[in-house]
Unconditional design. Structure first.
Length: 384
């Protein structure tokens, strides 16, 4: 992937494609459907499982919210990873269906809670639960989804899978807590950032792959390899997502963008930018969060921060694919490899065809909102 800056806009151009990539070429959604072909029937069953679990309540409001969630489905990445990893050893365990559904519920619960924390109003091109019904129903909905997920897992009576899922959920919470406590810290290190995203995002993706390998009857060595594939894939996923938050329009990603700046979150592009600015005599990073979008985009361009971040993501995806070498040949293994390519090249719809963000989109950060957040962080640190 080649990143090109031209007249204040960011373009992404293709490098030559391999034969495998040509076979999966086309629109991102079409490509993803081709990658998911080995598990198409199982994904349909997961949708039925999710509907069965979420539409079982007798309360009308809960049913309304759950129907809204079901109608606003994402790419089903985590359940797909469970299924693909469960198919890497020529052995199929029917428990993979409810396990994959449970992991999707855990992920959905985390998104509902994240939207409350981030004060997000858009998710997958639709109004968020918190924006539509308020923070309290949203928080309780997230809790409901978590408990529903672990109820499904407990009924399977597979202690190892429950333990893996519980640890991943614990790490997700730790990551979010750490990130919340480190907002507006311009000196946040790259190592600290990677630890945050490892916990808040990558651990659940790693767990999805690991439980799939457990269900496949693979050896402990293969199970660990799949967990490492997922961990590296998950880190790359979050790096890319953080890049897109800065340079994408909401209409392209389907969710609220530029929220990381508003919330004072130091993501990898911003860490790289702050690091480079601090090297230059007379350059100050203190006002970084007060700059408008166009200024931020120009700085990211001038200092190569997005390109650096994309390269880091590629390094982690290369590591992820290295762990697939422990597997025998199968459609599932090929799909896992292609999924890594898809992540790097096609996470944002149409982003290879047109600018991700226009220089005209120079909406300033909500300075009042940012000031309130800074004051809140100051009070938290002083114990008031």
């Amino acid at each position: 992937m080649l990143i090109i800056f031209r007249e204040g806009i960011i373009l992404l151009a293709d490098l030559p494609k391999s034969k495998e990539r040509e076979d999966c070429a086309g629109e991102p959604q079409v490509r993803l459907e081709k990658i998911y072909l080995p598990i198409k029937k199982e994904l349909d069953r997961i949708e039925n499982e999710l509907r069965s679990q979420l539409l079982s309540s007798e309360d009308k409001f809960i049913l309304k919210v759950n129907e809204y969630l079901l109608d606003n489905a994402g790419k089903r990445l985590r359940p797909s990873l469970v299924l693909l990893c469960a198919k890497t050893n020529n052995h199929w365990d029917e428990k993979a269906i409810p396990v994959a559904a449970a992991f999707e519920l855990i992920h959905t619960a985390s998104l509902v809670h994240d939207d409350v924390l981030d004060e997000a109003t858009l998710r997958r091109k639709r109004v968020t639960i918190n924006a539509r019904w308020g923070n309290e129903p949203a928080i309780l909905t997230g809790d409901y989804l978590y408990f529903k997920a672990f109820s499904i897992l407990s009924q399977l009576e597979v202690a190892r899978i429950s333990a893996i899922a519980s640890f991943a959920a614990e790490m997700m919470c730790e990551g979010e807590i750490i990130q919340t406590c480190k907002t507006f810290q311009l000196d946040l290190s790259e190592e600290d950032y990677l630890e945050i995203i490892r916990k808040k995002t990558a651990c659940l993706i790693a767990a999805s792959c690991e439980v799939g390998a457990v269900l496949s009857g693979s050896s402990p060595r293969i199970q660990e390899s799949m967990a490492q594939y997922g961990l590296n894939f998950g880190i790359a996923f979050q790096i890319i997502d953080d890049c897109l938050d800065l340079i994408s329009l909401s209409g392209k990603t389907g969710k609220s963008t530029y929220k990381d700046i508003e919330q004072g979150k130091m993501t990898l592009p911003l860490i790289c930018l702050a690091r480079e600015l601090s090297k230059e005599k007379g350059q100050k990073t203190r006002g970084l969060f007060e700059k408008n979008r166009e200024e931020i985009i120009n700085l990211l361009k001038d200092y190569g921060a997005i390109e650096y971040s994309w390269q880091k993501a590629k390094e982690y995806l290369d590591r992820a694919k290295d762990h697939l070498e422990t597997l025998g040949d199968s459609e599932a293994r090929e799909a896992l490899s292609l999924l890594s390519d898809y992540l790097l090249e096609s996470l944002s719809p149409d982003f290879q065809k047109e600018p991700i963000v226009s220089a005209l989109d120079s909406s300033p950060v909500d300075s009042e909102h940012t000031a309130e957040k800074k004051k809140e962080m100051g009070n938290r640190e002083s114990g008031t």
